[in-house]
Design a protein around this ligand. Structure first.
Ligand SMILES: [Zn+2]
Length: 349
């Protein structure tokens, strides 16, 4: 092709391509999420209909994000703002208020709380600060349980459908795909086919799955032998004991049957004093704790010092999508967390 022909070919290609590109980007709905993992769940449902921004960084403490002018600017054009709620990401109120974008202020239709209707743990009996200031409505780190992530995705789908009804089929199909993939990754294809999503999900939420699978037989074999996916991969963790740095891991540990017996923080957000440090070290020793779970935005210095006098292993974990390399979506995040936990356990044995 001559230079001149080549030039006109490029011009023609640009003329054909540019209106489509411009149209596509202008059609994408601008939405924001407080945390990277919520952003990832929104994109599972919203796909290429959305342009999303996460306000917190993946390696940032999700309780303390500074409401800077930079963040206010990033939410100025947003039509929807997705948050966890439970006062976990209340810092976003100052971002939304400061942006002047009335579509996403608290109480506005564009504010979407993704934890609504999702079962909570560690909920205080009465409104009190006995659990510190960070978890006043129970443990908000719901996104680390794939079954609860499905419920959050369903909440997200309802909000997107309400906001953009002409795309409701698209969102519905993507939610179905996401839920189906979570089930397959969690239980394995074979068990899912034999028992079904609804029953497996209910048993797992009630903490009865493993006992039930041990009792049931199919073709002369116990059903537990048909378990695959993440729950099979995490089988070495079953019945082990762990301590966490901050109260983050209750939901995933319940799912895996990994027993949490204590927290290094004295209360959520409150580092331990010397007496409490001695108590928790003693408990780790007496209870035969295998793992100390530490989110990667905390300094592992203290957990490492505590572990030194015990047989427990410290395992540093990402708790957000993008929190370490190779955690680019929700599935990779759960994969990575389980790999780290199982590897730490085998190093310690
Ligand atoms: Zn927390």
């Amino acid at each position: 092709m001559s230079t001149r022909t080549c030039f006109w070919f490029v011009v023609l290609a640009l003329m054909l391509a540019s209106p489509t590109v411009a149209q596509d980007s202008s059609e994408k709905k601008k939405v924001v999420a407080t945390l990277p993992t919520i952003s990832a769940l929104v994109m599972e449902v919203g796909g290429d209909k959305l342009e999303i921004t996460s306000l917190a960084r993946p390696d940032e403490d999700p309780h303390f994000v500074s409401p800077t002018p930079y963040l206010m600017n990033r939410v100025r054009q947003a039509e929807l703002l997705f948050e966890i709620g439970m006062l976990q990401d209340r810092w976003v109120d100052r971002v939304a208020d400061g942006s002047g974008n009335s579509r996403i202020t608290r109480g506005a239709p564009g504010r979407v709380t993704t934890s609504i209707g999702v079962p909570k743990e560690e909920v205080p009996d009465s409104p009190t600060r006995a659990q510190g200031d960070l978890h006043p409505e129970g443990n908000p780190h719901l996104w680390l349980d794939p079954l609860r992530a499905k419920m959050m995705a369903a909440n997200i789908t309802r909000a997107l459908t309400r906001a953009y009804p002409s795309d409701s089929d698209y969102f519905g199909e993507r939610l179905d795909e996401f839920e189906d993939r979570i089930d397959r990754e969690l239980f394995g294809e074979e068990l899912l086919r034999l028992v079904g999503s609804r029953k497996l999900g209910r048993l797992a939420m009630d903490g009865e799955l493993f006992d039930w699978l041990e009792q049931q037989e199919v073709g002369g074999e116990k059903l537990i032998t048909k378990l695959g996916g993440w729950l099979q991969m995490a089988a070495p963790l079953r019945g082990q004991k762990a301590v966490e740095y901050h109260k983050v891991w209750v939901y995933l540990c319940q799912l895996l049957d990994l027993e949490l017996v204590g927290t290094i923080e004295e209360k959520p957000g409150i580092p331990p004093g010397p007496r409490y440090q001695r108590e928790i070290t003693e408990r780790i020793r007496n209870e035969g704790v295998s793992l100390i779970l530490v989110d990667n935005f905390y300094d592992p210095g203290l957990p490492n010092a505590i572990a030194r006098g015990t047989s427990a292993r410290v395992v540093v974990l990402p708790s957000q999508v993008g929190g370490e390399p190779g955690t680019d979506d929700y599935f990779q995040l759960i994969d990575t967390i389980l790999e780290h936990m199982v590897a730490a356990l085998s190093e310690g044995s």
